[in-house]
Design a protein around this ligand. Structure first.
Ligand SMILES: Nc1ncnc2c1ncn2[C@@H]1O[C@H](COP(=O)(O)OP(=O)(O)OP(=O)(O)O)[C@@H](O)[C@H]1O
Ligand SMILES: [Mg+2]
Length: 311
């Protein structure tokens, strides 16, 4: 069953296009990754999907129903973990969860049970009586998730839920998402961290400047770019900009230079190494390490847009 069907969705903010005729279909049971750099339009798309923002044009169906007009019934089946933590500092952890689950109509013992389960799920049961104001960033992120899932939504939308947290909390969250999915929820996961999306998602849409520029499983996406490879070269400190000269070499597609690290994307069928090394030698640059990367989503993005995901 198709849980989300978005067609030609467009959102303009005062004439500036944030989402541009975007098409997306999400099937039941997927962990669907929305991967894109800052400003790509991920949050805007999600916020429109949840009814928090008004679209400019296009159509949206949720759970097979058009979302024009009243969509309270669909909203109750969605849990949104917003990008900005939206919780009450002066309330305790359990009071926060009760508040949000209460908005979805849970009452009495049902509410208590739901709050209890959600807090256990994110590993915060022991801290339930503590005020949110005393929580670390990672704990707040986890509570943010508890508040979104207590009412047992069948579609859980997470907007960069791991930004700015320690690796331990991040792993905990990624593990929890897999568990929620195993328990039957469909997940939409937005991130600009390629590694997370690779680890977690079984279907990925790469979005850039408000459009889907590629979609598929990780393998399908990588197949788009099997004709390129990435070479990383660690070099001694140099004040020279080497990117221009290296880009001139036949077969070289993209070059980035970040202090002592060169990243060169080149066509697989051309061996550019001899020429690259000859150029570096001529520029008096010492090569410290050289490695060729296996292809990943970053290479896909670079190949499709000419830019890196994180600039
Ligand atoms: N309320 C707003 N008013 C005006 N412009 C906005 C508004 N919200 C978003 N935008 C613009 O729309 C574009 C898409 O923003 P959006 O927040 O959807 O990106 P994103 O992919 O979620 O990025 P990030 O990874 O930084 O969260 C950006 O150019 C942003 O500046
Ligand atoms: Mg965002």
């Amino acid at each position: 069953m198709k849980i989300v069907e978005i067609e030609k969705l467009t959102k303009k903010f005062e004439g500036k296009i944030a989402v541009d005729t975007l098409d997306l279909t999400i099937e039941e049971g997927q962990i669907f990754g929305l991967l894109g750099p800052n400003g790509a339009g991920k949050s805007t798309t999600i916020n429109i999907l949840c009814g928090l923002l008004r679209k400019t044009s296009g159509t949206i169906k949720l759970f097979g129903k058009s979302q024009d007009g009243n969509h309270y019934a669909s909203k109750a089946k969605i849990g949104l973990v917003p990008q900005e933590i939206a919780l009450y500092d002066e309330l305790t952890a359990v009071e926060n969860v009760r508040f949000f689950a209460g908005l979805y109509g849970l009452r009495g013992s049902e509410l208590e049970k739901a709050a209890d389960e959600a807090l256990k799920f994110v590993g915060l049961k022991e801290k339930e009586k503590e005020r949110l104001g005393t929580f670390s960033g990672g704990m707040k992120r986890r509570l943010n998730i508890a508040c979104a899932i207590a009412h047992k939504p069948s579609l859980i939308i997470m907007d960069e839920p791991t930004v700015g947290i320690d690796p331990q909390s991040r792993n905990y969250i990624l593990h929890s998402i897999k568990k929620l999915n195993q328990n039957g929820a469909t997940i939409i996961y937005t991130s600009h961290y390629m590694e997370e999306v690779e680890e977690l998602c079984d279907y990925i849409a790469i979005i850039d400047q408000g459009k889907v520029i590629a979609e598929g499983s990780e393998e399908e996406l990588i197949n788009i770019v099997t004709d390129v490879r990435e070479t990383q070269i660690k070099i001694s400190d140099t004040a020279n900009d080497l990117t221009k000269g290296l880009t001139q070499i036949v077969g070289v597609e993209q070059v980035t230079q970040d202090e002592e690290l060169l990243k060169i994307t080149s066509k697989t069928e051309v061996n550019v190494l001899n020429q690259v090394l000859a150029y570096l030698l001529a520029e008096n640059v010492e090569v410290l390490e050289l490695s060729q990367q296996s292809l990943n989503l970053e290479t896909v993005f670079l190949n499709l847009t000419g830019r890196t995901l994180r600039d």
